[in-house]
Design a protein around this ligand. Structure first.
Ligand code: CUA
Length: 129
């Protein structure tokens, strides 16, 4: 009986888990991006995503405590000093450019600590998926 069940189970896994990342064991693939916060910039300064896709940002600070906020997708996380990683997950918004801003006071350059989220239409049309 196990011989019959196993192939079906394996097929389901193959269908729902196209990624090999064990952290993503179910659901569609997630576009993961590493982000570094450092006085007074974010690296990369431009995050390009595809409208509608699931995005996971893994953010850490190279110096002091910063914040990472994208109002449009209701992301606002504290990025602690010490290099601890924090994650922020959201669905990429409709095509356009959205401001990313530091949301924790971090010094004289705080108000200028910005980056940009650029969402582009998926290939094959703006509403595919
Ligand atoms: Cu970095 Cu405020």
């Amino acid at each position: 009986m196990k011989r019959i069940v196993f192939p079906a189970f394996a097929l389901v896994i193959a269908l729902v888990a196209p990624t090999r990342n064990p952290a993503v064991s179910a659901g569609p693939p997630v576009h993961e991006v590493q982000v570094v916060a450092k006085k007074y910039t974010f690296e990369p300064a431009t995050l390009e995503v595809t409208a509608g896709e699931a995005v996971r940002l893994v953010i850490h600070s190279d110096d002091t405590t910063h914040g990472f906020a994208i109002k449009k997708v209701k992301v606002n996380v504290v990025v602690p000093k010490g290099g601890q990683q924090v994650t922020a997950e959201f669905t990429a918004p409709p095509p356009g450019r959205y401001e990313i801003a530091c949301s924790e006071f971090c010094g004289l350059g705080h108000h200028g600590m910005k980056a940009e989220l650029v969402s582009v239409a998926p290939p094959g049309g703006p509403t595919s998926r």
